[in-house]
Write a protein that binds this ligand. Structure first.
Ligand SMILES: Cc1ncc(COP(=O)(O)O)c(C=O)c1O
Length: 365
């Protein structure tokens, strides 16, 4: 049996007529960039999240960068980011001329609020919690810390579409939120796409302008911006997929429950779902000893696995100049040597889930 890490084709086949029609409509209307399809998706996605503004853009990395700019964060400013994330979270901070300051993570690999607070200086302007793997960060504590220090909070929701904490959606706690619709995300386009979300009228207005060459109305450039607009085809695909998101999410949660039940080896640390959290399992990540041998074994058995992420951000070569040591981020450093992501996508069959769980148990027996 083959168990791919994700199977985007299976999802396409399950909704093929809707997707094909959406793409054909955009072509027939020649609505290729921004325009009515992007506007429709923005309205639908802000309604889905119960938020006032959704502004579409070209990808998730841009959405982080544009929001930082819209909050006037730049040279001389510091932004606190977790030590484990995809590089975009830190990269966006550097791109606007500010300095990413890394805080160690907690046992869930989410930014540790205590470590975040320790890193606050007079230059700190913002904290970016990442709801990594689809698991909500500890937003009530982070918002309190941010409030006490007059900081902005930008939620990186690239992996957490539909996740909740205490019944409240991720992306609705902070001053603003960024989303990626990279194809493999829980809500994925058929190319690059992203969005900014906020209830703040000023952040929304500036974000919209920055993403479209600084324009507020045609040829009225209130500033220099950039070209970061969503393609009509991506917007139409996202509109076609959004009504399915909750079903797909429930399916992911069910698969995680099955993995959690069926993986019984005491050597494997499984993801913990906190009582008040709706973890949407963009990734199902376990921690294991002897990871390389385990991944080799999985590969031989036809099971694809991956690592998210093998190196904590501050220990990447691009930050070598700051001379960080693993001991500076003990939780992230230890975890990144043990984590491995198992196949996870809504269309997985019970046979595939059982096959993966059996082989995890067999290897660690
Ligand atoms: C946590 C996180 N932030 C930001 C991004 C950036 O998104 P994009 O790939 O759409 O630029 C990603 C996507 O890979 C991500 O996982």
């Amino acid at each position: 049996m083959k168990v791919p890490f994700v199977d985007l084709k299976a999802q396409y086949l399950s909704i093929q007529p809707e997707i094909d029609r959406a793409i054909a409509d955009v072509i027939a209307d020649t609505a290729f960039i921004s325009g009515s399809y992007a506007k429709k998706f923005e309205d639908e996605f802000s309604a889905y999240n119960g938020m006032k503004h959704c502004i579409s853009c070209a990808n998730g990395t841009d959405s982080l960068e544009i929001l930082l700019k819209a909050m006037n964060i730049g040279s001389g400013d510091e932004v606190i980011v977790p030590a484990i994330s995809w590089i975009s979270t830190a990269e966006a901070v550097s791109s606007v001329g500010a300095k990413p300051v890394f805080a160690d993570v907690n046992e869930h690999l989410l930014i540790d609020p205590v470590q975040a607070e320790k890193n606050i200086t007079t230059n700190t302007k913002c904290i970016i919690p990442v709801h990594l793997y689809g698991n909500p960060s500890d937003m009530s504590v982070l918002m309190e810390i941010a409030g006490n220090h007059g900081l902005k909070v930008l939620e990186d929701c690239a992996q957490s579409h539909g996740a909740e904490l205490g019944g409240k959606r991720t992306g609705t706690f902070g001053h603003c939120a960024s989303f990626s619709f990279y194809p493999g995300k829980n809500l994925g386009a058929y190319g690059d796409a992203g969005a900014m979300m906020t209830n703040d009228d000023d952040i929304a207005r500036l974000s919209r302008a920055i993403a479209n060459h600084g324009q507020e109305g045609k040829h009225n450039h209130i500033m220099e911006g950039r070209n970061s607009r969503m393609d009509g085809i991506q917007a139409a695909i996202l509109s076609a997929k959004l009504p399915h998101l909750d079903d797909w999410t429930n399916q992911r949660i069910l698969i995680a429950e099955k993995y959690n039940k069926q993986i019984v080896s005491g050597k494997v640390v499984k993801p913990i779902v906190r009582e008040n959290a709706r973890h949407v399992f963009h990734l199902y990540v376990i921690r294991v000893p002897d990871r390389s041998a385990f991944m080799r074994y999985c590969s031989e058995k036809g099971i694809e696995t991956a690592i998210h992420y093998p190196t904590p951000l501050p220990l990447l070569p691009c930050y070598a100049g700051q001379r960080f040591m693993p001991a500076d981020f003990p939780v992230a450093a230890k975890a990144s040597a043990e984590i491995v992501s198992l196949p996870m996508y809504p269309e997985m069959t019970d046979k595939q889930i059982n096959f993966v769980a059996e082989h995890v148990n067999e290897f660690f027996s």
